[in-house]
Design a protein. Structure first.
Ligand SMILES: Nc1ncnc2c1ncn2[C@@H]1O[C@H](COP(=O)(O)OP(=O)(O)O)[C@@H](O)[C@H]1O
Ligand SMILES: [Mg+2]
Length: 230
């Protein structure tokens, strides 16, 4: 068996956007690796390239140049189907605005990613319920998203992101729509998930939230300015 490399590796990644006659360098030569089990925040002001960086790690978008390796495998030669497979099997996504399906209840939302795993309905239901109970929402499974608070919605989104047991959870401004106390409890939940072995990568403009991570990668104008470990 070959020695597996880092879980995530960005190698001199550039992502440019054409804006009329000008070119926006959203990422301008970014390189770093993230090992299995790390809890990392990617921090920087608005417009610094954080979401672009997350889209790269999550294989939601391709770099203009450079290479991204997930679990030691390069992604630049992969087709869309192969990239979708990586996303479904390896990565759970959490977004600022939760992205829950409005007309599905909590349980159905969390069951959704399991559809792609070919599991029978009763097994999907069982696993989703288990994750929701662990997250403290066992008594809310029949609720619709609009019947929940912001913090509860984000917990449902986190349950949905983790129900497939992905190696990596990627969260883009997961506390951006929450008050600071609720935001901190969401970060604590990520901490718990991390202690159980999942690699967590959180993108945030909020220094307090980013400061909860043991490793903080600072980005500005598409470049890494600092990579601190505490
Ligand atoms: N689809 C796009 N088209 C053009 N410019 C974009 C696009 N997405 C992002 N940008 C630009 O790239 C830069 C980085 O954006 P982004 O990664 O969203 O920053 P952040 O998440 O840190 O706020 C910004 O200047 C933004 O305007
Ligand atoms: Mg952003």
């Amino acid at each position: 068996m070959p020695e597996p490399g880092p879980l995530v590796s960005l190698q001199n990644v550039h992502r440019y956007y054409a804006m009329g006659d000008t070119e926006v360098r959203a990422l301008d030569g970014v390189s770093f690796t993230i090992e299995k089990g790390e809890f990392v925040s990617i921090m920087g002001p608005s417009g610094s390239g954080k979401s672009t960086c997350m889209n790269m790690i999550g294989c939601l978008d391709r770099p203009t140049s450079g290479e991204i390796l997930i679990g030691g495998t390069g992604t630049s030669q992969m087709n869309e189907t192969e990239l979708a497979e990586i996303r479904n099997e390896t990565i759970g996504f959490v977004f600022q605005q939760y992205h829950l399906i409005a007309n599905m209840n909590v349980l159905e939302n969390v069951m959704l990613p399991l559809r792609y795993q070919g599991l029978p309905l009763h097994e999907r239901r069982h696993r989703a319920r288990e994750v929701l109970e662990r997250i403290g929402l066992g008594d809310r499974i029949k609720h619709l998203p609009h019947e929940l608070s912001g913090g509860q919605k984000q917990r449902v989104a986190i349950a949905r992101a983790t129900v497939t047991k992905p190696a990596i959870v990627l969260a883009d401004e997961p506390t951006g729509a929450l008050d600071s106390e609720t935001g901190q409890s969401v970060i604590d939940l990520f901490g718990e998930i991390n202690r159980a072995g999942t690699t967590i990568i959180i993108v945030t403009h909020d220094p307090e939230i980013g400061g909860s991570a043991r490793r903080r990668i600072h980005i500005r104008d598409g470049k890494i300015t600092e990579d601190e470990r505490v």
